[in-house]
Design a protein around this ligand. Structure first.
Ligand SMILES: Nc1ncnc2c1ncn2[C@@H]1O[C@H](COP(=O)(O)OP(=O)(O)OP(=O)(O)O)[C@@H](O)[C@H]1O
Length: 296
C-alpha cells in the first residue's frame, strides 16, 4: 500500500502540490487524472524518489523493501545505440545480469511487439516504438510498483494497443500500477480507482463505479429532425446537435420517446441511453473540460 500524507511541493513561488492525501492499495491500477499543470508529474516524481525535497510523508509498503519501475513523460533512451543495448543498460542498472537479463530482454521485446526490431538503432524507431521501449526499460527488473506518466501521449494506435495489453498483463500479475493520462477513456477501461487532481489538489477519488454513480446524471440522447413538441416539458441540454434528456428513469423515457417517434413516424438519427462518463464527473467537479486545457 502507498500512503501519502499532507504532501506538498513548491517550485519557488509555484505551489505544484497542496496537502495531498492519498491511499493507493497494493495490486490496483490507480489512475491520476488532471489537466496540464495540475501536478501529476510532480506527484509521480516524488513517488519515484526523483524529487526528494517536499513536505509531508510517504509510506510505501509499510517501509518494507520494494521494487519500482518509473516511466517519465519524456523519452529517456540513447538513440545512437540499439534498442537491445538500451534495454541491457537499464537491466544492468537494476542489477540484472547473465541469463536472467537475456531472458527478461526477450520477454520485454515480445510484450512490446519489438522483437523484430531489437537490433535496430533507436534513432530509426518511430515515436510510438520509442515510447514502448521506454516503458519496457522500466519493467525489465519485474518491479512490484509501476509508475507510468502519460504512457500513451502522441503514440500511434498500434503502440497504444501494445501498451494497453501490457498494462492488462501487469494487472493480472498483481502489480500496483499508477497511471496518469489526459484520456478519460483509458482511465475508465484500465484503472480500478482514480483520483482527480486540479491546481495541485486532489478534488475527488474513489473507484470508477463509485464516482460514475455519485456524479453522473442519468439520461437519454436524441438526435435528428425532432419536432419541438416532442421535447416540450423535458429537462434537456443541447449536445452535439441533439438533446440530452435528463431523467431518473432513463429506460422508461427511452421507451416513451421510441413510442412517440413510432406513432408520429419520426426516425431519429440517434436515440440511446446516455452512458455515464468520467469526463462528465470531472466537468461536474471543476466546471471545465479536461481537454480544453490540453496543449498536446
Ligand atoms: N521544475 C520545475 N520548475 C518550476 N515549476 C515547475 C517545474 N516542474 C513543474 N512545474 C510547475 O508545477 C506545476 C505542476 O506541474 P506538473 O508538471 O507536475 O503538472 P502535470 O499535471 O504533470 O502537467 P502535464 O500534464 O502538463 O505534464 C505547473 O505549474 C508547472 O509549471
Amino acid at each position: 500500500m502507498i500512503e501519502l500524507k499532507n504532501v506538498s511541493k513548491k517550485y519557488g513561488s509555484i505551489s505544484a502540490l497542496k496537502n495531498i492525501n492519498l491511499t493507493i492499495p497494493s495490486g490496483v491500477c490507480f489512475g491520476l487524472v488532471g489537466p496540464n499543470g495540475a501536478g501529476k508529474s510532480t506527484l509521480m516524481k516524488i513517488l519515484a524518489n526523483i524529487i526528494k525535497e517536499y513536505e509531508g510523508k510517504i509510506n510505501i509498503n509499510s517501509n518494507k523493501t520494494f521494487s519500482m519501475g518509473y516511466t517519465p513523460q519524456d523519452i529517456c533512451l540513447e538513440e545512437t545505440i540499439t534498442a537491445s543495448a538500451n534495454l541491457k543498460f537499464y537491466g544492468m542498472v537494476y542489477g540484472l545480469k547473465g541469463k536472467k537479463l537475456s531472458e527478461r530482454q526477450e520477454i520485454i521485446f515480445k510484450d512490446m511487439g519489438l522483437t523484430e526490431r531489437k537490433t535496430s538503432k533507436v534513432k530509426t524507431y518511430s515515436g510510438g516504438m520509442k515510447r514502448r521501449l521506454n516503458i519496457g526499460c522500466a519493467l525489465i527488473h519485474e518491479p512490484e510498483i509501476v509508475i507510468l506518466d502519460e504512457p500513451t501521449v502522441g503514440v500511434d494506435p498500434q503502440s497504444r494497443r501494445h501498451i494497453f495489453e501490457l498494462i492488462k498483463k501487469l494487472k493480472k500479475q498483481g502489480k500496483t500500477i499508477i497511471y496518469t493520462s489526459h484520456y478519460m477513456e483509458e482511465i475508465e477501461s484500465l484503472c480500478d480507482q482514480v483520483a482527480f487532481i486540479d491546481k495541485g489538489e486532489i478534488i475527488e477519488q474513489g473507484t470508477i463505479n463509485e464516482l460514475l454513480h455519485r456524479y453522473s446524471q442519468p439520461g437519454i440522447y436524441i438526435k435528428g429532425d425532432i419536432p419541438e413538441l416532442l421535447l416540450q416539458g423535458e429537462s434537456k441540454v443541447e449536445k452535439d446537435g441533439g438533446w440530452v434528456i435528463q431523467t431518473d428513469t432513463p429506460l422508461e423515457t427511452l421507451a416513451k420517446f421510441a413510442n412517440q417517434c413510432t406513432k408520429k413516424e419520426i426516425v431519429p438519427s440517434q436515440l440511446s441511453l446516455v452512458q455515464p462518463r468520467l469526463e462528465d464527473v470531472f466537468f461536474t467537479l471543476t466546471g471545465t473540460e479536461l481537454r480544453d486545457n490540453q496543449s498536446a
